[in-house]
Design a protein around this ligand. Structure first.
Ligand code: HEM
Length: 428
């Protein structure tokens, strides 16, 4: 079931790339135009939220030691989120209020189903900061989505005058309290495993990040919504401290790692660089925005793109570890124990390293081009970003999706070995 979320996320990335290709000219003139809002939501909802919701369905039971309430409800939330995350942008982009309304309604129902399904596991006590992060992330999902539902209602019935600050508040809540906090929590469990680095999961930097990131983003968003600059500045400082703690934890894992440098590490470090780039652009926008409002708005959009890049690079990098891990377990359970060369089946047999490297280059190029294209309002650079992001979706989906099938097809002789005692998972 988590693989269904991840597969849908790859499709979402293709759609996001195509959308930026189409809206690039419009975005250079006005980054708040409806077709651009549509492209933004294909990115944040159909790609990032889709992938991170899949990660939560995979890791909440593993980390808490408690099952989901229902696998069927997991599939239902995947279907509802697909409906929401495609209908909402299409409705906004094509000015079709009924479709936008249906998208908003699906999103509202989907987050309720996800919360109902995960809550018994998330109530567990004594499992450390990762669970705290997941609880915060769930709260962030509910708050952002119901703010979104209110925005959708406003589009249908003009409930209130929506300011640019309110729009930005939604971006902050969605990117940091919801999606960013999910990544901060899941990473604290995955980095030790994937880097072979022992860092106490209750280390101070990890404990600080799972509180400061979501709380700082909430306060910043409240300051933006209530037009209280001092509150917003205080929230921004707390959020920055939380992100710094997250990077300190990353640095500690990297220093203590016993695994040689691999593509996962390069993805994670590039993702962190994108986060730092976003912070730098947000600072420049805050300092220069009042003197140059147009440039300031473009810089804020570029910063948001780099924050999205932080999560996209992390998602794609971790997918190259997590998907083969899940597929390996499924194949072994079906009796496939060797690769096509007759050796013991390893994770590296389940995807092509060359295509994984290509997807690293295209994700990094796509994120950098989107940030740059928005910052300098350049349609050709944004179009390049669209092409690279769509290419990434195709390559990652095909590389991770087809590998297990190829191995299963090529290794029928090994089937009988399935009845043997299960071996531990390979390290490569
Ligand atoms: C990770 C989650 C989300 C993020 C990061 C996000 C981000 C944003 C941003 C940055 C804008 C302003 C775009 C601009 O003016 O250029 C926006 C607008 C909007 N969002 Fe979201 N959003 C998220 C989730 C949602 C959800 C779940 C819904 C619906 C249920 C939604 C509905 C809307 C609507 C309708 C607008 C347009 C508001 C208007 O009329 O100006 N968003 N969002």
């Amino acid at each position: 079931m988590p693989l269904s979320f991840l597969g849908a996320s790859a499709l979402g990335l293709i759609a996001t790339g195509v959308a930026w290709l189409v809206v690039a000219g419009r975005a250079a003139r006005d980054v708040t135009a409806d077709p651009v809002v549509a492209a933004v939501h294909l990115g944040v909802l159909a790609t990032l939220a889709m992938g991170l919701l899949g990660a939560l369905h995979q890791f909440v039971p593993v980390i808490t030691g408690r099952p989901l309430r229902s696998t069927v409800a997991g599939y239902a939330s995947c279907a509802l989120w697909v409906a929401a995350s495609w209908m909402l942008p299409f409705g906004i982009g094509l000015s079709a209020p009924v479709v936008t309304g249906l998208g908003g309604a699906s999103a509202g129902i989907a987050v309720l189903v996800v919360s109902w399904n995960l809550w018994p596991a998330l109530r567990v006590r004594g499992k450390g900061p990762a669970v705290t992060a997941m609880r915060w992330s769930m709260a962030g999902a509910l708050i952002t989505t119901y703010l979104g539902v209110a925005f959708v209602g406003d589009r249908q019935a003009s409930w209130f005058a929506l300011s640019a600050r309110a729009d930005l508040a939604m971006g902050v809540l969605g990117v940091f309290t919801w999606l960013g906090t999910a990544y901060v929590g899941v990473a604290s469990k995955l980095w030790p495993m994937f880097m072979l680095a022992h860092l106490e999961s209750r280390a101070r930097s990890v404990r600080a990040s799972v509180w400061l990131v979501p709380v700082g983003a909430l306060v910043l968003a409240a300051g933006l919504l209530a037009a209280l600059p001092a509150l917003a500045a205080g929230g921004a400082l707390v959020l920055a401290a939380g992100l710094a703690a997250h990077l300190v934890a990353l640095g500690a894992h990297v220093r203590r790692r016993r695994r040689a440098r691999d593509l996962h590490l390069v993805f994670v470090l590039t993702s962190a660089a994108s986060l730092l780039g976003g912070v730098a652009l947000a600072l420049v926008a805050a300092v220069t925005g009042s003197a140059h409002p147009r440039a300031g708005r473009d810089l804020v959009a570029a910063a948001m793109a780099l924050f999205g890049g932080w999560l996209l690079l992390a998602l794609v990098g971790h997918a190259h570890k997590v998907v083969p891990f899940i597929a390996w377990s499924v194949l072994r359970a079906r009796g496939v124990v060797s690769n096509p060369r007759g050796q013991a089946l390893g994770f590296a047999d389940l995807y092509s390293a060359r295509w994984a490297l290509a997807s690293y280059v295209s994700t990094t190029g796509g994120v950098a081009a989107l940030g740059l294209g928005l910052a300098i309002a350049s349609p050709p650079v944004m179009r390049l970003a669209g092409i690279l992001l769509a290419f990434t979706g195709v390559v990652v989906g095909a590389n991770l999706g087809r590998g297990p099938g190829r191995v299963a097809h090529a290794a029928p002789a090994a089937t009988s070995a399935a009845s043997g005692t299960p071996e531990s998972a390979p390290t490569r």
